[in-house]
Design a protein. Structure first.
Length: 267
């Protein structure tokens, strides 16, 4: 499939700034302060997640960020009708619907678009009626992409977590990383095959999504190393990246961390 080469846009997920704040439950660091730094250093979008348990971003954060952001704001949220009502009143540029379990550390797995078809459809219709475009965070499978198109979403965001986990198992030398421990159980050639398969699933899903008229984003677990092969997938228009950028910013400052990631987004 031939697609014109184009710039891949970068959404910076700033939730982890609020995670640090919540460690002390004070006002510092304020995620609002990240907006100008991200905008001045190449970010194209700000992403935040208003979780049902409000464990990091609060409603007031979301309101202040949406009101003040010089960049479009992509608000991740569950399909719970009460949350959708709040998101409709917050009026972000985009809502990305994600599955949510209270006990998870971060979003695990994509939406069950077939099993929750009606609830997701209701959420999409309501958000679209409030002029908020909708993205569905899905696993990179043919069925999930086709169902997302039937649901009438404007975007899909392909979950890159499996690819990122396998990549970390293969390449991480960190002794405390659980990836490194798990990798001991798998021979390298098997890990390489699994990475290729996970990567191929992302390529196939992105190509199918684009051919069905969907805009295609990707994210979760992407970092300064594993991003390079994802960027070469021409049918992916946007990446949403949080943890690795905020982690690097501890040592380099946020401006450099965003700029470095943006450089890797050129293709
Ligand atoms: N996209 C979605 C839908 C997410 O839920 C997350 C994690 O909040 C991300 C992207 C960013 O993931 P990471 O923090 O691992 O870069």
């Amino acid at each position: 499939m031939h697609v014109e080469k184009s710039k891949i846009t970068l959404g910076v997920n700033i939730d982890h700034i609020a995670v640090l704040r919540e460690a002390r439950k004070i006002n510092d660091p304020d995620p609002l302060m990240a907006l100008a730094v991200c905008a001045q250093n190449g970010a194209d979008q700000i992403t935040i997640h208003l979780r049902e348990d409000r464990r990091h971003i609060h409603d007031e954060d979301a309101q202040r960020i949406i009101d003040a952001s010089p960049l479009p704001v992509n608000l991740e949220c569950s399909i719970d009708p009460a949350i959708i009502d709040i998101v409709c009143s917050l009026r972000p540029h985009r809502a990305t619907l994600v599955p949510e379990k209270r006990e998870e550390v971060t979003t695990e797995g994509g939406l069950d678009v077939s099993g929750q078809f009606e609830s997701i459809l209701n959420a999409i219709n309501k958000l679209n009626a409030h002029e908020i475009e909708v993205s569905l965070f899905i696993d990179p499978t043919i069925e999930a992409v086709e169902t997302s198109e039937r649901l009438g979403a404007q975007w899909i965001e392909l979950h890159t977590g499996s690819y990122a986990n396998l990549y970390a198992m293969r390449h991480s030398a960190l002794p405390h990383s659980h990836h490194a421990i798990e990798s001991l159980r798998l021979p390298r050639h098997e890990l390489d095959e699994r990475i290729q398969k996970a990567y191929g699933d992302i390529v196939d899903s992105a190509n199918l999504g684009r051919s069905l008229g969907l805009k295609v984003a990707a994210g979760h677990g992407l970092n300064y190393q594993n991003i390079t092969s994802i960027v070469t997938i021409d049918t992916i228009e946007e990446l949403n990246i949080g943890q690795s950028i905020i982690a690097r910013s501890v040592f380099t400052g946020l401006a450099t961390a965003v700029r470095d990631m943006k450089k890797l987004c050129q293709r």
